[in-house]
Write a protein that binds this ligand. Structure first.
Ligand code: SF4
Ligand code: SF4
Length: 260
């Protein structure tokens, strides 16, 4: 099966979702082989009980991952509410989770029509509440599929930036795997001074040497959830992904100099 056919479904779902047509840009999509040896590494680098594709779907052959980038207006709005998340950002989170569920249902329906099985994973809140790590990490799977590389902020930076959301689906259809993204995209990881994400973090959760204070970050997310108590669960922040050099595309040295 062609990845481009499935990508079309994602784009069409995005376009026909009329609630917030101004929220998203065109998505990116990639595919990993379900038996890619890098999946096993997730038990070491994420959590020992990280799920394998076969745990979700016996006989899985492919894992499809997609990135839905936000429009810059959403990132600007969030940044203007610093140190808290903006209400528009919180609503974008909720709407994008709904969108991801709709996309997964449509992809699954399409695969089923062609005689393939699939397993859908929730867009979020599939993490260990104590360790605050995910048992199905969309961003790590995005890395395996070649969608991007990690930044100092621990987010996946794609060619369309890091300001957006990821979704994934496992299937027993064979889809040609995408190529690994070999070169680092993050400026710091390319040896160029940046650290804008770290200086944007309201709780100093991002260390300049790659350390990450997960508990402090989560505290901030819950603070925003309390702030938007009239909305469904919105444990969000996102300041490390908004208005930094890697927010909306591949970061450049010039952007790192221009941004405050
Ligand atoms: S803001 Fe700079 S240092 Fe942080 S992840 Fe993006 S490119 Fe890397
Ligand atoms: S989401 Fe917010 S609190 Fe967490 S690391 Fe990013 S900027 Fe810091």
């Amino acid at each position: 099966m062609e990845l481009s056919t499935l990508a079309r479904i994602v784009i069409d779902t995005l376009i026909t979702t009329e609630t917030f047509p101004y929220m998203w840009r065109d998505p990116l999509m990639a595919c990993a082989r379900a038996d890619d040896p890098l999946f096993l590494r997730l038990k070491e680098v994420v959590t020992p009980d990280h799920l394998m594709p076969d745990d979700l779907l016996k006989g899985a052959k492919s894992v499809i991952v997609y990135f839905i980038p936000f429009r810059r207006e959403i990132g600007i709005d969030n940044s203007s509410n610093y140190p808290f998340a903006s209400e528009l950002w919180a609503r974008a989170y909720i709407e994008t989770n709904t969108l991801i569920s709709t996309i997964n249902e449509r992809l699954s329906g399409f695969l089923s029509l062609h005689g393939y099985r699939s397993a859908i994973t929730p867009p979020t809140h599939n993490f260990d509440p104590e360790l605050l790590v995910s048992r199905w990490s969309h961003k790590h799977i995005g890395f395996i599929a070649g969608l991007g590389t990690f930044g100092l902020h621990r987010l996946l930076i794609t060619p369309l930036g890091c300001c957006g959301r990821l979704g994934s689906i496992v299937t027993d259809a064979y889809i040609e795997p995408s190529k690994y993204q070999k070169e680092e995209i993050c400026l710091e990881r390319r040896g160029t001074k940046c650290s804008k994400c770290a200086s944007r973090c309201p709780v100093q959760a991002i260390g300049s040497n790659g350390e990450f204070n997960r508990k402090e970050c989560y505290r901030m997310l819950l603070e925003n959830d309390r702030r938007y108590g009239h909305l469904p669960l919105t444990d969000v922040c996102g300041h490390c992904s908004c208005e930094v050099p890697c927010s909306y595309g591949v970061p450049t040295y010039q952007a790192s100099q221009e941004l405050p």
